[in-house]
Ligand binder design. Structure first.
Ligand SMILES: Cc1cc2nc3c(=O)[nH]c(=O)nc-3n(C[C@H](O)[C@H](O)[C@H](O)COP(=O)(O)O)c2cc1C
Length: 337
């Protein structure tokens, strides 16, 4: 007799906010727009996080950055992620997004790309944990909503500063900490070392959100078991697969897998994503179709004819063209059944 292994899911508590499902959509620049966050919400994610927004751009009232203040009530609770290295500017940016309805403000300490890291922001803060603590404290003092932090293990393997910093972040008033268990110097290479999440969990009492390389319900279960983390954050594996959150929940609760989404469900989700994005006046149809080129094919991973469809979709310029291409794919799939 097979014994199914189940995991009891406890709500994630971030300050006064109770998140029933301890599953989090990772912030992803160019991916976690309002449309995608909403889609993940509909498919069972507990908490969504915006992509990183520049505190500098907010200070200078940059119109493009304000156009990214696209969250709505349907996504709540929503965490808005900020990056910057100047405590005063980060405090000001935190106040601005709080005034625009952010339920949680998150500090980005994971971005290693030179454009961000060279300005003393993102993962660079892991090189000077005293200064990073001052940034957290300034944000905490500036807003009423909970402040959280998303870190990496450290800048490079010679300095696992993430663990020391986690304690400092808690002392400074952070209400949760997400750990992408890679060093900044790794970018996305290698595999995430989840033992770092366990070590962070050992030194703080605030919730720890584990992140890095969770692709399947089994991975989520293993991460929870190995690290004791309070929630699991998923990034890349959710692209084109918002069902993953519901799949994880179902698997943890029952030990069983749900059937994979049908082609119709995938088409419906991809079009919802595209149309919701286009409906944002700051985006519009032409830009939405262009931005979706990199994302839409994720919905059809593994389906026969997907590479031909990918070639066609990247040339589409309007929603109607995308709809026609997807209708054609559906017909071909029916004919081949
Ligand atoms: C396209 C892309 C954009 C990202 N943008 C952000 C970001 O804006 N802020 C952030 O903290 N992390 C960002 N990340 C990192 C993810 O949040 C996450 O930590 C990383 O992808 C590891 O999780 P995963 O293995 O589940 O993808 C990004 C990752 C990707 C792939």
């Amino acid at each position: 007799m097979t014994v199914l292994q189940t995991t009891t899911l406890r709500p994630l508590q971030i300050g006064p906010i109770t998140i029933d499902t301890p599953l989090v959509l990772a912030p992803m620049a160019g991916v976690t727009s309002h449309a995608f966050r909403l889609l993940c919400k509909r498919h069972g994610v507990g908490l969504v996080v915006t992509e990183l927004l520049s505190s500098h751009a907010i200070h200078y009232k940059n119109a493009k950055t304000f156009g990214m203040f696209d969250w709505t009530d349907a996504e709540r609770p929503v965490s808005v992620q900020l990056f910057g290295g100047d405590p005063a500017m980060m405090a000001e940016a935190a106040q601005v997004v709080e005034a625009h309805g952010a339920d949680i403000v998150d500090l980005n300490m994971g971005c290693w790309v030179p454009k961000v890291a060279k300005t003393g922001a993102g993962a660079t803060l892991l090189k000077d944990v005293c200064h990073a603590e001052a940034v957290v404290r300034a944000m905490v003092d500036a807003v009423k909503v909970p402040v959280t932090v998303k870190i990496r293990s450290g800048w490079d393997p010679s300095r696992t500063t993430g663990i020391d910093f986690a304690r400092r972040a808690q002392d400074a008033g952070a209400q949760a900490i997400a750990v992408h268990a890679r060093y900044a110097s790794q970018g996305f290479t290698g595999t995430a070392d989840w033992s770092i999440i366990r070590r962070v969990k050992d030194v703080v009492t605030i919730p720890v959100i584990g992140n890095g390389d969770v692709e399947t319900p089994e991975d989520a279960q293993r991460m929870m078991g190995e690290t004791g983390c309070d929630a699991v954050m998923v990034g890349r594996a959710a692209m084109g697969n918002p069902w993953l959150f519901g799949d994880v929940r179902h698997f943890l609760e029952t030990g069983e897998h749900r059937p994979a989404p049908t082609l119709d469900a995938r088409i419906e989700a991809a079009l919802f994503h595209l149309k919701t994005m286009a409906a944002n006046p700051a985006v519009g149809e032409a830009r939405a179709v262009k931005e979706m080129r990199g994302q839409i094919t994720h919905y059809f991973k593994g389906f026969p004819g997907v590479s031909a469809l990918r070639g066609q979709l990247v040339q589409a310029n309007t929603i109607a063209e995308v709809e026609d291409l997807l209708a054609g794919a559906r017909q071909r799939s029916e004919a081949s059944e």
